[in-house]
Design a binder for this molecule. Sequence first.
Ligand code: GDP
Length: 369
Amino acid sequence: QSKGPSCAGCGAALQTAEKDKPGFVPEAALKREPVICQRCFRIKNYNEASTVALDHDEFLRLLGSIGGTDSLVVHIVDLFDFEGSLISGLQRFVGGNPVLLVVNKIDLLPKGTNYNRIRNWVQRQAKSQGLRVVDVVLCSAKRNMGFEHVIDALEQFRGRRDVYVVGATNVGKSTLINRLIRDYSDLDRELTVSRYPGTTLDAVRIPLDDGNFIIDTPGIVYPSRLTEMVPREVLQALLPDKPIKPFVYQLNPGQTLFMGSLVRFDYVDGERLSFTLYVSGGLPVHRTKLERADELYAEHKGVLLSPPNAEQLAEIPAWTRHSLRIPRGIKTDVFISGLGWIQVNGDSGALVEVYAPKGVKVLTREALI
Ligand code: GDP
C-alpha cells in the first residue's frame, strides 16, 4: 500500500483539508523544501506543540504488525520513569523478534553512579515484567553518552534486518533517532523533537546503507504518568534537565513532605529514618508535621506550595492516597511515575502514604541506586 507525501518532521501523511488533524499543511507551505506539517513547523519555530492524542488500539495494532516481520525491536525506556515507560506485553505483540532494551536519560543519574549496578537492576526488572531482552544498553540521547554501545548493539543484533524503534511518549525517542540519523544513516533529515509528550506521529522509515530501514513508530501515551497529566508549563518543572541532586531528609514518623502541590509524602509509622528524594530540582519541597498537613495544603496549595499554581492545579485530577508498606531488610524506592522516586534508607521497615493525582502509578520497588 503506497503512501502520499509525508511530513519530513514527524512522518504524518500530509493533508490540506483538516486543521486539527495530523499532517495538516497550508496549501502555500507545500512549496517549501522539505515539506513539514504545520504542527512540526510550530514546534521547530515557536517551541509550541499542540497535543494530539494517539489511539491506543492503533498502537497495539502497529505493535502487532511488527510481530509479522523479521526484525530487531528496539524498546526505548526512560530510566527516570522506568515503570511508567516500559511497554507491558511488548513480548506478546512482537512475537519471536528479539528485543533490545535501550535505557535513556542516564545523564540524570547523580555523578558517581555505578552503571553496572543500574544495568543489572534493569535486567532484573525487565525479567520480572516478563520481557526477555537480548541486551540492555544504557545511554543518554541528549548528552551523547553510551551512544557507541547503542550502535554496537544494533550491529550485533540486527543482522540484515529492519529495526523497529518503539517507546512511550517523552522517553527521548526522537532525540535518539535524530542521533541515529546523524551517526548511522546518511539521510540528512531531522525529526521533530520537543519537550512535550506525543509529538512523534506516524512511522518514519530511515534508510540504512544495506537496504534495510530503521522504523520509528509513534509514541504511545501512557496516562499513568504525572508527566501526561500536568499542563505544559508545569512539565518544565517536572522534567529534570541536569543530573538529579539527591536530597536527604531525616524524618520522624508523623512528618510530611510536599513536592510543590503535586505530591504529598507522609511518613506514618516506623523508626527515625532518612529518605532520599530523586526528583527534579524544579519542584520545591516543604516539610511539615503530618497533623498540620491537611490544613497547610488547604491554605497554601498553588501558592506557597507550587508549582503548579492554583489555575494549573484546577486542571489536574484530585489526589488519591496510596498506603505503602516498606519491607524490612530490603532497600526500597517509593516510585511515583513521572515525578521520580524516594529511596527509604535503613532496613527496619516502615509505613508511608503517598497522595498523588488520581491515575498516577505509585509503587514500591527494589532500590535503583
Ligand atoms: P519522544 O516523545 O520519545 O520522541 O521524546 P523527545 O525526543 O521529544 O524527548 C522528550 C524530552 O526528553 C525532551 O524534553 C528531551 O529534551 C528530553 N530528552 C531526550 N533524551 C534525553 C536524555 O538523554 N536526557 C535527558 N535529560 N533528557 C532527554
